[in-house]
Ligand binder design. Sequence first.
Ligand code: CO
Length: 148
Amino acid sequence: MLLRSLIVLSLLATAPAAFAKTCKVEIESNDQMQFNLPEIKVAADCRQVSLVLKHVGTRAATAMGHNWVLTKTSDVRPVAIAGGRATIADSYLPTGDARVIAFTRIIGGGETTSISFPTSKLERGGDYTFFCSFPGHWGIMKGKFVFG
Ligand code: CO
């Protein structure tokens, strides 16, 4: 009986960490330089975002590559311009740039990639935008990211 009580107590003690809410997001990109979502909403109680990016087209990553990058809306332009001077191996992003909240690698047609990132870097109700940093894509390949 005592042993059973101890086991229950120990489970309760670890429960908060074990059940921290992870929220899943799936987004597609295509050969027409488009994402399939104009907006992504993540609820305020999500501790972690698990994001899957699919490229449903057929063109190569070097020709029609896509990634998913999250920054404050005001950082999109400077990060995208700096990213345009980087290489595909660096996901067309400046290395180690603190303005980049989360990003995936560049993928081509038929490929899928995924990332997980904590929402602790986000402010509820903040003004965020997701975009593709492949050179020339960020002007139209972008959407609103809402947290909270
Ligand atoms: Co793209």
